[in-house]
Design a protein around this ligand. Sequence first.
Ligand SMILES: NC(=O)c1ccc[n+]([C@@H]2O[C@H](COP(=O)([O-])OP(=O)(O)OC[C@H]3O[C@@H](n4cnc5c(N)ncnc54)[C@H](O)[C@@H]3O)[C@@H](O)[C@H]2O)c1
Length: 320
Amino acid sequence: MKNVLVTGGAGFIGSHVVDLLLEKKAKIIVMDNLSSGSLRNLEHVASEIAFYEGDITNKEDVEAVFQQHSNIDSVVHLAAQSKVGPSIENPEEDANININGTINVLEVSRKFAVKSFVFSSTAAVYGDVGHLPILEDQSTEPLSPYGVSKLSAEEYVKAYGRLYGMEVTNLRFANVYGPRQSAATESGVITIFIEDLLSRKTPVIFGDGEQTRDFIYVLDIAGAILAILYGRSNERNKQALYNVSSCSETTILTLLDVICKDMGEAFSPSYQEERKGDIKRSCLDNGKLVNAYDWKPQTSLQEGIRETVQYYKRIAVREK
Ligand SMILES: NC(=O)c1ccc[n+]([C@@H]2O[C@H](COP(=O)([O-])OP(=O)(O)OC[C@H]3O[C@@H](n4cnc5c(N)ncnc54)[C@H](O)[C@@H]3O)[C@@H](O)[C@H]2O)c1
């Protein structure tokens, strides 16, 4: 049985990772400061996990968790400042959480002889790349402090792998969506559109809507993390790096159309000026991960949207 620490486990992706780990009968420890996550995301599993409210920027908080659970063998490090906008407004705080916080988690993991460390990085490390789909060996030119802090954290993760023989994996996620995602996140465009339509607001498209993103359903992301933790890689690599994506481009116009069709709503967005710093096209090649592990994305955009719409309809009823 694995003993897994999930930092950021009360968040959107983290809570789905917890759900899949429970199916594997893992012992799960969650550490989260609840800054953007919520205990609501874990209420259905509250009696089956150990939860610690703590901040990764405070090394004592991280140590306290390991002191209670000295047999943690795997760490899934998801806790982060994960928005582009705030990273531009406050790059020091972004760096403190994403770089120093990651160093704290790595240091304590080393001290307690963690075997496997999985880090959640992002497509934002690539910047605006000319040719798609983007392969892992593409040069990295992040456009925001968020991309820089995640890239920097990746390097620390790799260095710990080299220095201490820890099995480390950096995963670069595309645009993740699904139930429990907060509309407050940049990549929460799907949640934003659904919430707008449910509350009879007109969805806003920035620019002409022809910009593309690579949307991947959250359970496919969680499945990739589980594949790393439990699977056998065909690739012998102690400091691995993989894109995790659907490897398909969807325009924002198509996305809204799929959502409107699912909800039986008319397609009538309003348009606003393109946002500064938004990249035009995005698509990550996922072939390396598909070939290395028994993993591939299972959920079509239509299916993922259906699940996500159902979830937000249930929430809307609950909150009435
Ligand atoms: N959602 C996406 O599309 C996407 C894409 C690429 C990468 N990622 C990465 O995946 C990870 C999870 O993202 P998410 O979408 O679930 O976001 P999220 O905000 O829902 O989850 C992050 C969790 O970390 C917690 N947290 C934040 N700062 C903390 C701190 N200092 N100490 C302890 N806990 C802290 C939050 O409370 C939250 O529960 C992040 O590292 C993010 O950068 C997400």
